[in-house]
Design a binder for this molecule. Structure first.
Ligand code: MMA
Ligand code: CA
Length: 296
C-alpha cells in the first residue's frame, strides 16, 4: 500500500482525494524545512475528528438533558396553573354564587338562612316589646311633667303664702286661727278705715265666731271699726265681703240709730262684754281693725 506516514506513524492515503483536497492536506503537512512531508499527519486529523465528534456527542447529550428538563418544568408549571385555576374558580363560586355550591354547602347555607330568619323574628318581637315600653315611658314622662307642673304651682303658691306670713308678722299683725289682725294707731271715719285695710291687702274685720270675737276683744283697749254696715239698706246688716250677718254680738239695746241718728257702721264698743257691738254714725273718728285671711 502506497501512502504517507505522519509523525504518529499513521498512514494517510491521499490517492483517492481530488486535487484541491490533496493540495490542502499536503499544505497542512509541510515540514519544518518547508519541504512537503513525505508522510501526511493522518493521526492528528483523526484525533481532531474524534475529539470533535466527542464534543458534538457531549453537546448533543447536554442539549437532550436541557430539553427534557425544560419540557418537564413546562409540564409541571402547566399542571400547577391548571390546579390554581381550578381552585380559584371553586373559591370564586363560593363567594359570588357563580358556581352552584355542593350539597353540603347548600345545607350550611339553608341552616344559616333559617337561623337568620329566627333571629329576625326574635328581633321583631323584641322590637314590639321595646316599642310598648317606650310608649309606657312616654306616658309616665308626660304624667311626671304634669305632676311637676302641679307641684311647681303648689310650691310657688306656698312661697307666696310664706312671704305673706313673713310680711304681716313683720308689720306687727297678730295671727289667730287663719287670719292676721291689725289695729290702727290713728283714727278715721268708717269708709277711710275700710280703704286703708284694702290698701294693706286686707279688709275691715269680719267676725264669724265666738272665738274670733273673744280674741279681738282681748287685743283692743278702745272703740274700733269693724267691717259691718247697713248703709245700702237700713236694717239689713252686711259684712264688707258682701256676706250677710248670721251670728251677731250686739250690745244690749243696739243697734238703735241712737235718737234718730243715722247709725249705719259698727264698732266694738263695750269690749269688756262678749256682746260688745254698737251701731254708730259712719263719720265718727275711730281706730279700726283690719283682718287678712290667710288661706293655708
Ligand atoms: C252713744 C252712741 C250710740 C249708742 C249710745 C248708747 C250716746 O250715744 O255710741 O251709738 O247707741 O251711746 O247709749
Ligand atoms: Ca248705736
Amino acid at each position: 500500500m502506497k501512502g504517507h506516514k505522519d509523525k504518529s506513524g499513521i498512514v494517510l492515503d491521499v490517492r483517492n482525494l481530488n486535487a484541491s483536497a490533496r493540495t490542502a492536506v499536503l499544505n497542512n503537512y509541510t515540514g519544518e524545512s518547508g519541504e512537503v512531508a513525505a508522510a501526511l499527519p493522518g493521526g492528528k486529523l483523526l484525533k481532531w475528528v474524534a475529539v470533535s465528534f466527542c464534543l458534538v456527542c457531549i453537546l448533543q447529550a447536554a442539549l437532550n438533558i436541557s430539553l427534557r428538563l425544560a419540557l418537564r418544568t413546562d409540564a409541571s408549571c402547566k399542571n400547577l396553573t391548571e390546579e390554581e385555576d381550578s381552585l380559584k374558580k371553586n373559591n370564586d363560586g363560593k363567594h359570588h354564587g357563580i358556581k352552584s355550591p355542593p350539597a353540603s354547602q347548600n345545607n350550611i347555607l339553608t341552616r344559616e338562612r333559617d337561623d337568620l330568619k329566627r333571629k329576625l323574628a326574635d328581633f321583631a318581637s323584641q322590637n314590639n316589646i321595646l316599642t310598648r315600653e317606650i310608649d309606657d315611658l312616654k306616658r309616665k314622662l308626660a304624667d311626671f311633667v304634669s305632676q311637676n307642673n302641679i307641684l311647681t304651682r303648689e310650691r310657688d303658691d306656698l312661697k307666696r303664702k310664706l312671704e305673706d306670713f313673713v310680711h304681716y308678722a313683720q308689720q306687727g299683725w297678730q295671727y289667730f286661727n287663719g287670719s292676721f289682725y291689725y289695729i290702727s294707731s290713728t283714727k278715721q271715719n268708717w269708709q277711710d278705715s275700710r280703704d286703708d285695710c284694702l290698701q294693706r291687702g286686707a279688709s275691715l274685720a269680719i267676725i264669724n265666731s265666738k272665738e274670733e270675737q273673744k280674741f279681738i276683744r282681748q287685743q283692743q283697749e278702745t272703740i274700733i271699726w269693724i267691717g259691718l254696715t247697713d248703709k245700702e239698706t237700713e236694717g239689713v246688716w252686711k259684712w264688707v265681703d258682701e256676706t250677710p250677718l248670721t251670728g251677731s254680738f250686739w250690745y244690749s239695746g243696739e243697734p238703735n240709730n241712737y235718737r234718730g241718728s243715722d247709725e249705719d257702721c259698727v264698732v266694738i264698743n263695750y269690749y269688756n262684754d262678749e256682746n260688745s257691738w254698737n251701731d254708730a254714725v259712719c263719720e265718727n273718728q275711730n281706730l279700726w281693725l283690719c283682718e287678712k285671711k290667710m288661706v293655708i
